[in-house]
Design a protein. Structure first.
Length: 245
């Protein structure tokens, strides 16, 4: 995907929509309530760090996270997905996919979200500063919501996961804001690489450790544990979608 150079030497894209989810009762989630049905909003939305996993939910005011055990918290405060990837899936699935339908808070255009580096920082609008933390791993709630047969495996093999981001500096955003990449680390660990290592390519796990502390502690521990196993023996490939971030 082509990025547009910014005057500062970074890259810029556009925030097409800001999407919020209201509580929705569904049998396909163990929490019985989900906020995956996210819809674009026109009003400005305040974004701040929500707090630790298990306590904090979404970083966006008015957004719902139903299962605080596996989702939300500071390292998953914001979820971004590229309109270009939604367009790909529209063709693959043969159905319209509006912004927010994958449960993303931010639908972007002009940014290579999957090629973003762990620790990369985005300025969204005049105030908000976000940092890329990890890749989204598909779960049964996502599969139940989309209603596509074999969705977890299909989504995983496509390796178009979208990115979770943490809040470095709070701010208010709205659709139409510019998204500028203001910092890119030099380790080369992308969202896509992280995703593949945590799902289908365990041999790549040693590489993602190069992201250091920018990688969430849980993912670092998974990578260290599996990298150690790879060093001792050739492991079986993990089940698709088996690793929860």
């Amino acid at each position: 995907m082509t990025r547009s150079p910014a005057p500062s030497g970074g890259y810029t894209g556009k925030l097409l929509s800001v999407n919020l989810g209201r509580p929705r009762a569904e049998a396909y989630t163990s929490a019985r309530v989900t906020g995956i049905d996210k819809r674009p909003v026109d009003a400005p939305v305040a974004v701040s760090a929500p707090g630790a996993r298990g306590v904090g939910g979404s970083g966006l005011a008015g957004d719902t996270v139903g299962d605080l055990r596996h989702h939300g918290g500071d390292d998953q405060a914001v979820y971004a997905y590229a309109r270009e990837d939604l367009d790909h899936w529209e063709v693959e699935l043969g159905r319209p996919l509006p912004g927010g339908v994958f449960g993303e808070n931010l639908t972007t255009r002009g940014l290579d979200v999957n090629g973003a580096l762990i620790g990369e920082r985005w300025r969204v609008g005049p105030e908000l500063l976000l940092e890329v933390s990890t890749a989204r791993i598909p779960c049964r709630t996502f599969a139940g919501w989309l209603g596509e047969r074999g969705w977890v495996r299909r989504f995983t093999r496509a390796a178009r996961p979208g990115a979770y981001l943490r809040v470095v500096q709070p701010g208010t955003i709205r659709a139409g804001d510019t998204v500028e990449v203001v910092h890119r680390p030099d380790h080369g660990v992308s969202v896509s690489l992280c995703f593949r290592a945590l799902t289908l390519e365990p041999e790549s796990l040693p590489r993602i450790l190069a992201a250091g502390d920018a990688l969430p502690a849980q993912e670092r521990e998974i990578a260290r544990r599996r990298a150690s196993a790879v060093g001792r023996r050739r492991p079986e490939a993990p089940a698709v979608g088996s690793v929860q971030p």
